[in-house]
Design a protein around this ligand. Structure first.
Ligand code: UDX
Length: 452
């Protein structure tokens, strides 16, 4: 990748305050930093990133706008709407102070790159005549599905009756009504308001997607038609970025030593990401499904992710006896080291976009258990288009998980899926190499930022 000489232009990054959004934004920061840019991160106080992990970046905090009520209710939409409503003035002050600090002839703020959800940043950047670029941390297909969801809602088709859930949405092939990116926490109106704010990119100079041309060629072409500004597909960003983790929770690295003891492709990794919740019944079904499959598993149970319990205390002694040394449970794992591990056999995932990309990059087949929002879109693509995973029914009856795990780990079906996953891994690698689509796109993006 081209370096940009001696100039130390600064890029201001504005991540949305959720793990699945912070990771790609800070990965982008580390890519730009290694290409000669200085980086300032302007972040919310809720879920603020840890500055000590990125000593080369400057960090500035926005005012605290989160109310306990929204956080406890898991209403991410309401939290981000508050940030958009209240942070523009403070952000403008931050920018003005940064502009004053950057006095050198070859120095200065080149542009703002903000998460699509933090759209107040674009308005503030426009006020002080700085260019802004949008980072979309979910897939291009999700962007199209959100646009369709807003239209369907306006036409009175949302909420839809259960009888329509398998109906295809013609302009969104292969998505069905049940795959629409509908939230389950908070108010649908909040999410639609956010989607509408995020889709309005009138003042932006470009859009960055953490996606890959070989996965999303046709969806990204359609978004390009809708958005009319240059679009850069530079994913998977974690493979260009330094290995620094931006986890908000402490990673339990002891699981890596446990993985080292297991044989090749023998372990199921289970994680539902940073925001999904389960109720106790689903949790218990998951536990017995894993135990009864007789396979090895590494399971991330995030504290507080099971409604009504703190962690795994409700699992009975009989479960612990049953699994013995076959299962390893942690509160948070170093996922980017877990997925490439040779012991990895399959990923039981909620299909957050980062997890989906990370799994595809490592050639690990998936069992998809989407919970809400874009996870449903991703799961449909994993299962139906890319064919590198199975999608579970939302109803987890006894036996469903055990059967799915065995289909991938034991049956012939699993072997052919692993083969396809490995093919994808090689194709994705080519995209990130010199001359590959993501690498080229990244170089073009850097040229654009330097030209501002
Ligand atoms: C949320 C939404 O759920 C997701 O659908 C959307 O695309 C982004 O925002 P999240 O649920 O956290 O994200 O899922 P995901 O996108 O997969 O991001 C989780 C990140 O946390 C990944 O980068 C993953 O590597 C990391 N992770 C997860 C860990 O490092 N350790 C863990 O134990 C679990």
């Amino acid at each position: 990748m081209e370096k940009q000489g001696k100039r130390r232009l600064r890029v201001v990054l504005v991540p949305a305050p959720f793990q699945g959004h912070i990771n790609p934004m800070l990965q982008l920061g580390s890519i730009l930093h290694s290409n000669g840019f200085s980086i300032t991160v302007v972040h919310a106080q809720y879920n603020s990133p840890n500055p000590s992990i990125h000593p080369d970046f400057s960090f500035l905090s926005l005012p605290d706008t989160s109310s306990d009520h929204n956080i406890l209710a898991g209403d991410g939409g309401a939290i981000v709407l508050q940030l958009n409503a209240k942070c523009k003035a403070r952000f403008r002050e931050c920018l003005a102070a940064e502009v004053m600090r950057q006095q050198g002839p070859d120095d200065g703020i080149a542009c703002i790159i903000h998460d699509e959800l933090m759209y107040f940043s674009a308005a503030a950047a426009k006020d002080i005549k700085l260019p802004s670029i949008v980072l979309r941390t979910s897939s291009a297909a999700t962007f199209l599905a959100r646009t369709a969801l807003m239209n369907l809602k306006a036409e009175g088709h949302i909420p839809f009756p259960e009888s329509r859930s398998q109906d295809p949405i013609p302009e969104l092939y292969p998505l069905r009504f049940k795959d629409l990116p509908i939230p389950i926490f908070g108010k649908l109106e909040n999410t639609l308001q956010l989607m509408s704010g995020a889709a309005n990119i009138r003042t932006s100079s470009a859009i960055i997607y953490n996606t890959i041309d070989c996965l999303e060629n046709s969806s990204s072409a359609k978004t390009q038609q809708q958005c009319q500004v240059p679009t850069f597909l530079i994913g998977p960003m974690h493979s260009f970025a330094s290995a620094t983790s931006s986890s908000l929770l402490e990673e339990d690295t002891s699981c890596l030593a446990w993985l080292d003891k297991q044989s090749c492709n023998s372990v199921i990794y289970v994680s539902l990401g940073s925001v999904a919740f389960m109720d106790i019944k689903e949790f218990v079904e998951m536990a017995w499904g894993l135990a009864n499959s007789q396979q090895l598993f590494l399971w991330v149970v995030r504290p507080g992710s099971i409604r009504g319990v703190e962690w795994i205390e409700i699992l009975p002694e009989s479960f612990k006896k049953n699994i013995g040394e076959r299962g390893y449970i942690v509160k948070w794992a170093p996922q980017k080291e877990v997925l490439p591990h040779s012991a990895m056999g399959e990923f039981f995932s909620h299909c957050g976009w980062n997890s989906t990309l990370e799994s595809i990059c490592e050639g690990v087949p998936m069992i998809c258990k989407p919970c809400f929002g874009d996870q449903r879109v991703n799961a449909r693509y994993v299962n139906y288009i890319w064919k590198v995973g199975l999608e579970l029914d939302s109803d987890l009856e006894r036996g469903v998980i055990e059967r799915a795990v065995k289909r991938l780990m034991v049956d012939e079906e699993g072997k052919s899926m692993r083969k396809r996953s490995n093919n994808f891994k090689e194709i994705v690698k080519l995209c990130t190499r010199e001359g590959g689509s993501s690498n080229n796109s990244l170089n073009e993006l850097i040229k654009m930022i330097v030209s501002f």
